[in-house]
Design a protein around this ligand. Structure first.
Ligand SMILES: NC(=O)c1ccc[n+]([C@@H]2O[C@H](COP(=O)([O-])OP(=O)(O)OC[C@H]3O[C@@H](n4cnc5c(N)ncnc54)[C@H](OP(=O)(O)O)[C@@H]3O)[C@@H](O)[C@H]2O)c1
Length: 292
């Protein structure tokens, strides 16, 4: 049986992935940086401790969710972005290579590596900010070993109160009558976390090698997404306003306008059809029903 090490297990995606895989009776070991929240506590950007722990754990699959996901912080503190998004993956690949471990790496990357008109195929990378640059450098490190690199984006209800998703932000803002500015000219194609963890399990079972886009089969603007999500939950939208990104004053780092992904490579590999974004909004909204 595979021994699956989830790195960054207590973050937004990890908090949905870990219980899902445990419910599926996988042999799971978890890592976090904060004490007491996972089986192992260590910094993956430190080579010595990473090497020591991996040698002790002997995983046959590593799912790497570690990352510094703030586009703003990565832009202002390039080295912090490098440590979390690149050096961590360099350390994992170095351990797998040096120890000749029979270990498959599943690296979670991002749709931010695209810009220009989508939907983008995997070879259409355009890097426009430090977050994208450091995540792409992480992909290059992951490709040095047997790995699956999943470029993705995701939405849905967070299971941890210290980490808010896009849909959490919209939900909390609207029920508290706070103003929400939503972008009409930024398009994306995320999956719900509930679907994404099912797809990650598929990858765990099959260990394909290569880079794959993994998102919904179509896309929409963030503004349309937010309104459709609010509508599914019957939330009041009188405080939600459509704006163009040129009018935004609260974001400083450049963000791509069209991050839609062509996921046909992943679909062909597994002989599946990925869901439409409207289906994923519905699925994500269901997680909030009990809160409404
Ligand atoms: N969130 C999104 O919308 C999104 C979209 C596309 C792709 N992704 C990618 O998906 C992955 C998971 O994202 P997420 O939103 O779940 O991230 P998250 O909530 O920020 O969790 C990241 C985890 O990484 C840990 N971490 C950071 N630096 C570390 C280090 N040097 N050593 C060990 N652990 C470290 C954090 O631990 P501490 O809490 O202890 O710092 C945290 O548990 C990331 O790789 C991200 O780039 C995310």
């Amino acid at each position: 049986m595979n021994k699956i090490l989830i790195l960054g297990a207590t973050g937004l995606l990890g908090s949905t992935l870990v219980p899902y895989l445990k419910a599926g009776h996988h042999n799971i070991v978890t890592q976090a940086r904060k004490k007491g929240t996972a089986d192992f506590t260590f910094d993956v950007d430190d080579w010595d401790t990473t090497c020591e722990f991996l040698t002790q754990i002997e995983p046959t699959i590593i799912v790497n969710l570690v990352g510094l996901t703030s586009v703003e912080i990565c832009q202002q503190q390039a080295h912090a972005g490098y440590l979390a998004n690149t050096r961590t993956v360099e350390n994992l690949a170095r351990w797998i290579n040096q120890s000749f471990a029979p270990c498959h790496l599943i690296q979670i990357s991002t749709d931010q590596v695209y810009d220009g008109d989508g939907p983008h195929t995997e070879n259409n990378v355009t890097l426009t900010n430090n977050y994208a640059l450091t995540k792409y450098a992480g992909e290059i490190a992951a490709a040095q070993v047997k790995s699956t690199i999943l470029r993705t984006n995701f939405v849905g209800r967070s299971k941890v109160n210290y980490r808010e998703s896009l849909t959490d932000w919209v939900y909390t803002s609207l029920i508290n009558s706070r103003n929400v500015q939503v972008l009409t000219d930024v398009v994306f194609s995320p999956l719900s976390m509930n679907t994404l963890v099912e797809m990650i399990e598929l990858v765990i079972r099959n260990k394909p090698v290569g880079v794959y886009n993994l998102g919904s089969s179509d896309g929409m603007s963030k503004a349309d997404f937010d309104f459709e999500f609010a509508e599914k939950l019957g939330l009041p939208v009188n405080t939600m306003f459509r704006i163009d990104s040129s009018e935004v004053t609260f974001l400083h780092a450049y963000r791509p306008k069209d991050m839609r992904m062509d996921c046909s490579k992943f679909e062909k590999l597994f002989g599946i059809k990925l869901p439409r974004l409207s289906d994923e909004i519905k699925k994500s909204a269901e997680d909030y029903y009990e809160k409404s």
